[in-house]
Design a protein around this ligand. Sequence first.
Ligand code: OMP
Length: 270
Amino acid sequence: MKFNEKLEKIVNKNNSLLCVGLDIDQEKMPKFLFDSSKTPYLDFNKSIIDATKDLVCAYKINMAFYEVFGKEGFDLLEKTIAYIPKNIVVILDGKRNDIGNTAKKYAQSLFETFNADAVTVNPYLGIDGVKPFLEYKDKCSFILCRTSNTSARDFQDLESNKIPLYEIVANKIKDWNSYGNCGAVVGATYPDELQKIRALLGDEIPILIPGIGAQGGDVEKTVKYGTNKDGKMAIIVSGRSIIYAGNDKNFAEKSREAAKNLRSKINKYR
Ligand code: OMP
């Protein structure tokens, strides 16, 4: 099944554009898990997944929070992915890229070894480095277009013929979408840019939108500017505000409550 079809199905089934970020961090996780379990991170992820799987369209796993544990982190990554129900989209966020020969191995690793449905890709090296990802025609490659951080402006606002780089990248994403398997990453913290990028991309290309919750992005603008004409094709990410909503024995219930509230808020503006 093509990625966009899988996305559409789960968006409809769970009536949700919400993607929960599973970025595990001992400092923010409930302390009791570390006292009572030999596998606190896996237990945590399983509890969050159990508590939110009917409320989300996707889970996004940022590789940094797993790679930091070495081989145990890879094991945890595999087990977490295996636990996610097969009809929910799994996005592996590594913002990978390199020269073509190396990018091919990154693509193989993320799509085949870890079986991700989608990945985040850095376009800085140009099409050589993006192409190996696009060879996976049923998957989706979300290309960094306008990132959510303050210093996104350092390079992404630089102009060529009066066109800022993030718009040039958006146009490239449209060009690169001949297999219908490209997406864009645009931070919720830049609503004006999000609006421009959606207009440039049209209605068919999904946008992955992090920056809601801990980073302060505006939900109403994100939904209004990020979705297509049908109120779809936007995957709205929140990590910390959902998974660390509670810090006690009832942390999973708290995260369910936070996910439910955010899903409702998003749906209000669709
Ligand atoms: P929270 O800020 O906890 O909701 O997490 C945001 C997640 O999205 C983290 O995994 C970030 O690495 C990721 N992210 C951004 O925050 N900003 C971006 O511009 C791009 C990403 C991403 O590609 O997912």
